[in-house]
Design a protein around this ligand. Structure first.
Ligand SMILES: [Zn+2]
Length: 423
């Protein structure tokens, strides 16, 4: 496999051209799925939809979202591939297994996999990369391995764990780059320090490509500033067979991968949301011809931006994964994401304990804050003004009321409480 300039492939394509290309691919995917996959035919017939009814991206709203739990159920109903296989079984090249279990068939050579993401992260020929995810059952190790090879770099398949062996390998092979989870790289660095090494001086590692967990900005700062490692994130979803979005040098959001039709939708209605609105990331793979999945709901919450990126890639970007749809509450049409809210309050030092409560009053959602203060001497009016201003900036909804209460008042442990009754 030679070096490939992925940028020339699709990434720099005019938006209209790419949309036309993706729409063609989407229609092919839906037709193939409907004709060959009994599960998709059931779903379409159940809703009275024909593949021809999907003429534009917005018509996808007619198609129900399939989530991981649905795939598990489907695989019980139509073992082993859930009625989603679109080719004869002997055409499958490999099968990965993820918890559920879900059996994921792949047809390898049709797929560009993770190459674009490693390319955007500056991985190139001459790099020596330790690839630290697992190589068995789950697709991570092998797919990242192929991505690293696609940009011409040398891959060392070290797999999971064995921190000391990873460290010895890094020194002996003068490893320049890392692929895997951010927390594991931090474990490696801390262990190397324990062993008496000076990481910056003794190691050649200067690039890291992360997926599989969030990269908090505080951690990124430590990697970049203290250890001189250029870090990149990739958002990948196993059931979708790979990399769904990835960062470029700008590190401002993750570019949509061209191999999927990506939507950000209201998880309850499946309706597509506007730029900037938080919703569930739903993707339809248009690159794995043996897998008839249409509109897979990831359960991950994000928003997207359309602003062109200075890197020249013309695809839209997701702004990052802010939480899970099961851990968010919809208030006046906007999702308040628990994790995002907790991050916000972590920055308000004066508050020691708090609860954000949603109630329904006169057909309107009311959102209010109850907060215990660290210290009674805090300037309450000042804090109130700050919260009124900063909360909507960070969470996109306004607080209707702010109540400061005495220490020990807040009994419930949960930070986000939905008291609305829908009857
Ligand atoms: Zn970019």
């Amino acid at each position: 496999m030679g070096e490939r300039n992925f940028f020339d492939d699709l990434e720099g394509m005019d938006r209209k051209e790419r949309e036309a290309y993706q729409l063609e691919k989407l229609k092919e995917q839906i037709k193939r799925a409907y004709e060959n996959s009994p599960a998709i035919r059931d779903i379409f017939d159940g809703k009275g939809i024909k593949p021809e009814d999907v003429r534009g991206f917005e018509d996808l709203e007619k198609v129900p979202i399939i989530r991981k739990t649905d795939v598990i159920e489907l695989q019980k109903k139509y073992p082993p591939y859930g009625g989603l296989l679109t080719v004869p079984e002997e055409e499958i090249q490999r099968v990965f297994i993820t918890p559920g279990p879900i059996y994921l068939p792949h047809q390898v050579e049709e797929i560009s996999w993770f190459g674009k993401s490693f390319f955007a992260a500056g991985f190139t020929k001459g790099d020596v990369v330790i690839n630290t995810p697992t190589y068995h059952m789950s697709p991570a190790g092998l797919l990242f391995h192929e991505g690293v090879r696609a940009v011409g770099a040398t891959v060392v398949p070290t797999g999971v764990g064995n921190t000391d062996a990873q460290i010895k390998t890094m020194l002996d092979l003068k490893v320049t780059a890392y692929a895997g989870m951010p927390s594991f790289l931090m474990t490696i660095i801390k262990r190397a320090e324990e062993l008496g090494y000076n990481f910056r001086r003794d190691f050649k590692l200067r690039k890291a490509w992360f997926t599989g967990e969030m990269l908090p900005s505080s951690m990124r700062k430590v990697f970049e500033e203290e250890y001189g490692i250029d870090t990149y994130q990739c958002y990948s979803v196993t059931e979708l067979g790979g990399c769904v979005a990835y960062e470029c040098k700008e590190k401002k959001g993750m570019h949509f991968m061209d191999d999927y039709v990506i939507e950000v939708v209201d998880p309850e209605t499946g309706k597509r949301l506007k730029e900037g609105e938080i919703g569930e990331l739903v993707a339809t793979p248009i690159h794995n011809p043996c897998w008839g999945l249409v509109r897979f709901g990831t359960g991950d919450l994000t928003s997207y931006i359309t602003e062109p990126c200075p890197c020249g890639r013309t695809s839209y970007r997701i702004t990052g994964i802010v939480g899970r749809s099961t851990e968010a509450v919809k208030v006046r049409g906007m999702f308040v994401v628990k994790k995002q809210m907790e991050a916000f309050f972590a920055g308000i030092e004066e508050i020691s304990k708090y609860q954000v409560i949603v109630e329904r009053k006169e057909q309107r959602d009311e959102l209010y804050l109850k907060a215990e203060l660290k210290d009674e001497s805090v300037d309450k009016e000042n804090l109130r003004r700050r919260l009124e201003e900063e909360f909507p900036k960070n969470l996109r909804v306004r607080l209707d009321r702010i109540e400061f209460c005495e220490k020990g008042t807040l009994k419930e442990e949960d930070t986000l409480i939905d008291r609305r009754k829908w009857d």
